[in-house]
Write a protein that binds this ligand. Sequence first.
Ligand SMILES: *[C@@H]1O[C@H](CO)[C@@H](O)[C@H](O)[C@H]1NC(C)=O
Ligand SMILES: *[C@@H]1O[C@H](CO)[C@@H](O)[C@H](O)[C@H]1NC(C)=O
Ligand SMILES: *[C@@H]1O[C@H](CO)[C@@H](O)[C@H](O)[C@H]1NC(C)=O
Ligand SMILES: *[C@@H]1O[C@H](CO)[C@@H](O)[C@H](O)[C@H]1NC(C)=O
Ligand SMILES: *[C@@H]1O[C@H](CO)[C@@H](O)[C@H](O)[C@H]1NC(C)=O
Length: 228
Amino acid sequence: MMLQVLLLICGVAASGAQVFWFFSPVRFHSVSTPATMESVPGNAVLQCSQHCASRPTCFGFSWLQLGLCRLFNWSAFINDTWNSSDACDVYTRSEQFKQLQKRLKFVGCKQSSTHSSHICDNAIDGNRKQNLSFGSCTHTTGNPFEWWEGQLNAPSFVSYVTIYNRQDYAERLNKFSLQMDGVECNRVSLTLPFSVANFSCNAFGSRVRVTNLFGQYLSICEIEAYTL
Ligand SMILES: *[C@@H]1O[C@H](CO)[C@@H](O)[C@H](O)[C@H]1NC(C)=O
Ligand SMILES: *[C@@H]1O[C@H](CO)[C@@H](O)[C@H](O)[C@H]1NC(C)=O
Ligand SMILES: *[C@@H]1O[C@H](CO)[C@@H](O)[C@H](O)[C@H]1NC(C)=O
Ligand SMILES: *[C@@H]1O[C@H](CO)[C@@H](O)[C@H](O)[C@H]1NC(C)=O
Ligand SMILES: *[C@@H]1O[C@H](CO)[C@@H](O)[C@H](O)[C@H]1NC(C)=O
């Protein structure tokens, strides 16, 4: 019995290894899956891989044990609102998935006001040090709803931003609104201050804004935007 199973796996691998290895599992027994663009019969992950690989817009597939490959595109995958499903395994193109996980480039910025020399550019100068006196953090004056905004070099899908907060007075950034092109993509309300943290956005656009809802100074030591 063991030998049979082994032979079967070897047989599959030998006949289609090239296509198969372009895909890797991102979720096992998932109870939700990206919206399907096409359903095709398939009795193995290998067959689903071949179906998906032959369609340029196919980004991955979810595979149901009962022999159905449900193919999906990138925008369906990236969408937070996956459809409910019988438990099935979700696969995506591995190389494309890796390329998607990348840092986006800010090419400019502005902020609602500037205190002393703590200009908006300090949030995107590549220096992640979290001490204001080292000259690499931004700082506004103390009015309500102070904001910082960064311009991406091209409209992009921002999955999340990483914010490097000041070490001291970190609690000033406990409540803020994260916006993409003027539309809120996340409202953050923390009870404990953070030092370095990711905040999801999952929106497409080119202007990323942080508006302080704490009611006074806004200071950011570094902000980085990432696409999935
Ligand atoms: C996902 O859900 C929507 C809304 O219920 C439905 O119209 C669509 O057919 C579903 N897509 C699938 C099962 O991939
Ligand atoms: C992706 O697939 C979804 C669901 O089938 C479809 O509604 C949407 O139009 C597709 N998007 C693209 C860019 O092909
Ligand atoms: C994500 O799903 C929602 C709800 O079904 C839909 O309105 C929206 O257009 C989808 N977005 C993308 C990028 O497919
Ligand atoms: C920031 O740097 C200054 C000067 O080196 C130092 O006095 C201060 O303690 C540092 N602050 C923090 C929070 O580490
Ligand atoms: C932010 O998310 C990325 C990708 O999941 C992860 O590698 C990184 O460690 C996270 N950073 C923090 C501060 O949680």
